[in-house]
Design a protein around this ligand. Structure first.
Ligand code: MG
Length: 370
């Protein structure tokens, strides 16, 4: 089975609900575009401070041209009023532009996409991912080589442990035995019990993500001091994103580096974040895709920030796009594809936590063996 056949099967096999955006004029256009919602089934019910769910819907874009099938994916983030349906609608709104574009002139193309689509960053990330996959395949280069990066410099990724009962937390930590570092979701009154459950199983270094769950700076500082004594090395988004003054106060006193996630969405947020945090968690779904994330990493460095690449719950299509940039960053949290049970494609692999980038061109996607 070749890659194109496999992608055809992928589209039919895992799309639920499936919404293909057919266009009467598509056959005559240089690029054949399709977009669909793909439902990802979670291996464990996923709970953070913000939500709980057993599946996630993402949007995928495929572009076929010159014998190349390119694919990109975005995970709509409800916190920013995005859904798979709104993402599909956004992609449809630029269908003609994408079908007629010279994909290798992707800088002006994606700038125009950005102008025409208000918001809808996951849709933009899916489009950018497909365009990057096409360009990489056309040039015969894996994307890390396109960006001039050394694949051996790819960092470890954490494995995330969502909020759960102590018993389930212990089970998840046991299942993550291969990962040298874990990222534990906190932000509730049960934080101490959660960390105790983790520590009942392992002594490995931990990172925590409070997802804005601590509602005032005094509580956050007390939690951070306690967590520092538990072998926690950094904390993501301790306070609600809008608490800017409080974040500056906390930054000055924190016993560990604080990373912005919900408080830093896009490039223009970086200078402000440099005053409130030590680092930033960059996600392609928040910023609009791989090329924008590349600019954000450079800008964060220019402002003296540490950089983490993060992800939403996603298939290998999205994770690959982020992973090709990962040699540029200090920390990676690119485990989204490991949290689902129906990932039909494969690109990166993770060996004892280390991200291994494929040498195949573009995103390097192939069908996942059954
Ligand atoms: Mg986070």
């Amino acid at each position: 089975m070749n890659r194109r056949q496999a992608l055809g099967i992928l589209a039919g096999a895992v799309a639920m609900p499936k919404t293909v955006l057919a266009s009467p004029g598509a056959a005559a256009a240089p690029n054949v575009l399709s977009a669909q919602v793909v439902r990802l089934a979670l291996r464990h019910t996923w709970t953070t401070v913000m939500s709980t769910s057993s599946f996630r819907d993402v949007v995928q874009v495929r572009i076929v041209r010159d014998g190349i099938t390119a694919i990109g994916e975005g995970a709509p983030i409800p916190r920013y009023h995005e859904s798979a349906v709104s993402a599909l609608r956004a992609i449809e709104s630029v269908r003609t532009l994408l079908e007629r574009a010279d994909l290798q002139q992707f800088v002006p193309l994606l700038a125009e996409v950005g102008k025409r689509i208000p918001g809808e960053w996951a849709a933009k990330a899916a489009i950018a991912g497909a365009v990057a996959d096409f360009v990489g395949q056309k040039l015969g280069l894996p994307l890390y080589r396109y960006f001039g990066l050394d694949p051996s410099a790819a960092p470890l990724t954490t494995m995330s442990i969502g909020i759960d009962t102590p018993e389930m937390t212990r089970q998840k930590v046991s299942e993550a035995a291969d990962f040298p570092v874990l990222k534990v979701k906190v932000g509730l009154d049960s934080d101490e019990a959660t960390i105790a459950a983790v520590r009942a199983v392992t002594k490995k270094p931990l990172r925590v993500d409070a997802n804005e769950g601590w509602k005032n700076k005094e509580v956050a500082l007390r939690k951070l001091h306690w967590l520092a004594g538990q072998g926690v090395e950094l904390c993501e988004q301790p306070l609600p994103a809008e608490q800017v003054t409080e974040a500056k106060w906390l930054r000055a006193r924190s016993p560990m580096p604080i990373f912005a996630d919900e408080a830093c969405l896009r490039l223009a947020d970086i200078p402000r974040i440099a005053e409130t945090c030590h680092g930033v968690n960059i996600k392609l779904d928040k910023c609009g895709g791989i090329f924008e994330a590349h600019k954000m990493i450079a800008t964060a460095r220019a402002h003296g920030l540490k950089v983490m690449l993060g992800c939403m719950i996603s298939s290998s299509v999205s994770i690959a796009a982020a992973a090709h940039l990962s040699p540029l960053v200090d920390y990676a949290d690119l485990d989204g594809f490991l949290l689902i049970g129906n990932d039909s494609m494969q690109s990166i692999t993770v060996e004892r936590g280390k991200i291994c980038l494929p040498s195949r061109p573009g995103l390097g996607l192939v069908p996942r063996a059954a």
